[in-house]
Design a binder for this molecule. Structure first.
Ligand code: SAH
Length: 247
């Protein structure tokens, strides 16, 4: 692993606007992301949204205009928090179940920039006017509702960090991952022993025949993708037709 701290490149910078700064780096302080953090491949800054509250009670939310359940994050407080990170690198995204689904392409796009700024919502979400004012793009982790943007931010940052140059040991291990190769899901994985509780590793993997192993893995990846994710399977077939590179 190259140590970027020793050269002149500045680390990829994550700026997180949140009511819970203590949630960061959280899981990103461990394992691959944690080592990359220590090595200076990325760094992060949290902005405590509550520190921009102006009243005595440090209020950040208010009841929904028009009625209804829950609370809405106040535009004035969020606006000040956003203004405070105007100079931080990268696009500003609001994590939201209403957003464009986060995927491989977005992870690559963000990893190739100098960083990202993530606005984490809580309660019912953020007053629309502040999203409009800053023209903030909304990005979703998936079709479910989290109780806050922080877990989504952690997941998205993890996906970006592992793509930063030098973070993963070997570039080829990245290429083999689910989605990285033409949107196919990964083939089944096995390790020793070859016989475990009477269950055998497929013979082909013991053959030492690299071409046959590659073909088997591709077939399995196709089989699993077609069975589990028709959406990705169609995408794969479409791409394969266009590039004529069906291996
Ligand atoms: N009332 C909203 C849900 C609010 S959940 C709705 O019905 O759409 C509170 C916060 O959690 C949101 O502001 C958002 O920042 C975050 N959040 C919830 N689900 C998310 C998801 N799938 N992806 C990204 N962020 C999410």
């Amino acid at each position: 692993m190259t140590d970027l701290a020793s050269n002149t490149m500045s680390p990829w910078q994550a700026t997180i606007l949140t009511l819970f700064p203590e949630m960061f780096p959280g899981p990103l302080g461990h394992s691959i992301a944690g080592k990359a953090l220590q090595a200076g491949h990325w760094s992060f800054d949290t902005v405590d949204i509550r520190s921009f509250a102006t009243d005595r009670h440090r209020t950040v939310d208010d009841t929904p205009m028009g009625g209804g359940a829950g609370m809405v994050m106040r535009p004035d407080v969020i606006d000040s928090a956003i203004a405070s990170v105007a100079e931080a690198p990268g696009p500003l995204l609001y994590l939201s179940p209403r957003g464009v689904p986060f995927d491989r392409d977005r992870a690559h796009d963000l990893a190739s920039q100098s960083g990202v700024k993530l606005l984490c919502g809580r309660y019912e979400g953020v007053d629309q006017r502040v999203l409009d004012k800053w023209d903030i793009e909304e990005v979703s982790l998936g079709d479910f509702v989290l109780s806050g943007g922080e877990p989504a931010a952690l997941a998205m940052l993890d996906a970006c960090i592992r793509l930063l140059p030098g973070v993963m040991g070997s570039a080829s291990s990245l290429d083999e991952e689910s989605f990285e190769r033409d949107w196919l899901l990964e083939y089944p994985l096995y390790t020793r022993p070859a016989d475990w509780q009477g269950r055998q590793v497929p013979d082909v993997l013991l053959s030492g025949h690299h071409e046959r192993i590659r073909a088997w893995r591709l077939d399995e990846a196709k089989r699993i993708t077609a069975a589990r994710r028709p959406d990705l399977w169609h995408r794969y077939q479409h791409q394969a037709r266009q590039t004529e590179t069906v291996a």
